[in-house]
Design a protein around this ligand. Structure first.
Ligand SMILES: [Zn+2]
Length: 253
């Protein structure tokens, strides 16, 4: 990923997504922003105990840096509900329960928040449709990645081979330790156990995208572990009470 700086924020971009002028995207590090204490920096979640007005200002800063006025987000619950915001719909700015969003509406950033979970950006440059997915281990088990691609196909006629995907900074195989994996994970995950109780969720998501028909060459994995890089990213595993950084993607007007 490339690292960019603007208005005291630091955001990372996938070069194969940045190549398209019709879409804006970024994974924001914790730098800059208005939050203080354990949430210091650019916390984008209302649900972690931070002051609401600081989160509002942080989100407005992300809109400003991306130069896209609107923002849509969901209340992430580690489920597999996919929310679609279509151009013709009246924008509903309430945070409904869901873990993935899809839109063809220009002028809105889709915001997904995380602190170790995978945030996965998808763009279809042919149909001009964007998606953003929150996939923690429960999301991986439920294959929310595959479900989101299915909904893109059904609702917008997207072809998986056209999709550009980026798997953002999240818990790497170095730190993704799951001691109860035999109860929590399906047997098919066993081959991604890279060392005792440690799993490679980056490759699990890559395989889920590939099984949905996405071309391997169109999938980028940041390879940045959040727990190993808390100077850059909030990490729930390392910090417990902490903020949530954000990945955004939006269609330009
Ligand atoms: Zn790590």
């Amino acid at each position: 990923m490339t690292c960019n700086r603007n208005k005291n924020t630091v955001f990372y971009q996938f070069p194969h997504l940045a190549a398209f002028s019709g879409v804006a995207h970024g994974v924001f590090a914790r730098h800059g922003g208005y939050s203080a204490g354990k949430f210091k920096g650019l916390n984008l979640s209302y649900d972690v105990g931070d002051l609401k007005e600081n989160v509002q200002k942080n989100r407005a800063l992300v809109n400003d840096v991306m130069n896209i006025p609107g923002m849509l987000s969901v209340r992430q619950v580690h489920g597999n509900t996919v929310r679609v915001f279509s151009q013709q719909d009246e924008p509903d700015l309430k945070e409904h329960e869901a873990d993935a969003m899809i839109t063809d509406a220009p002028g809105y950033l889709l915001l997904v928040k995380g602190a170790d979970c995978q945030l996965i950006l998808v763009f279809d440059p042919i149909k001009n449709v964007a998606a953003n997915i929150h996939s923690g281990w429960r999301g991986s088990v439920q294959n929310i990645v595959g479900k989101t691609i299915s909904v893109m196909k059904e609702v917008y006629g997207c072809r998986p081979e056209d999709l550009m995907c980026g798997i953002g900074p999240s818990l790497g195989p170095c730190c993704a330790e799951f001691v109860n994996h035999s109860e929590e994970f399906p047997p098919s995950f066993k081959k991604y156990e890279v060392s005792s109780n440690h799993f490679d969720f980056w490759t699990i998501s890559r395989k889920q995208l590939e099984l949905s028909g996405v071309c391997p060459d169109n999938i980028a994995v940041s390879g940045i572990c959040t727990r190993c890089n808390t100077d850059q990213f909030f990490s729930y595993r390392r910090e417990k009470i902490t903020g949530r950084f954000g990945a955004v993607i939006g269609i330009r007007s």
